[in-house]
Design a protein. Structure first.
Length: 104
């Protein structure tokens, strides 16, 4: 009967378990979240910043609202887009979603 009671106790019958092993699943989940969620997001943000810093006049871009235009001027925080003849609009740099690739 005492053998059954020892098997029923958590930890194998009075043996001390290592407290680090209790945190291993949590650490494993944190590492998975880092590689699947956090790291790719940081990489995309870095690419977006590099794209915004490299904007120059003549680049064709798309805004987050879907407006296509050509960069007419770039300031510290704003971009002037030419969307039609004699139509220029001012946007924040953060509103630029992507450069349009010019493969002609």
């Amino acid at each position: 009967m005492s053998w059954f009671l020892l098997m029923a106790q958590p930890g194998g019958g009075g043996a001390q378990s290592n407290p680090i092993t209790a945190f291993l699943p949590i650490l494993f989940i944190i590492v998975i979240f880092y590689f699947l969620l956090i790291r790719p997001q940081q990489k995309r943000a870095k690419q977006q910043r590099a794209m915004l810093d490299s904007l120059k006049s003549g680049d064709q871009v798309v805004t987050v609202g879907g407006l296509h235009g050509t960069v007419a001027g770039v300031d510290q925080d704003t971009v002037i887009l030419r969307v039609a003849d004699n139509v220029k609009l001012t946007f924040n740099k953060a509103a630029i979603a992507a450069l349009v690739s010019q493969k002609e």
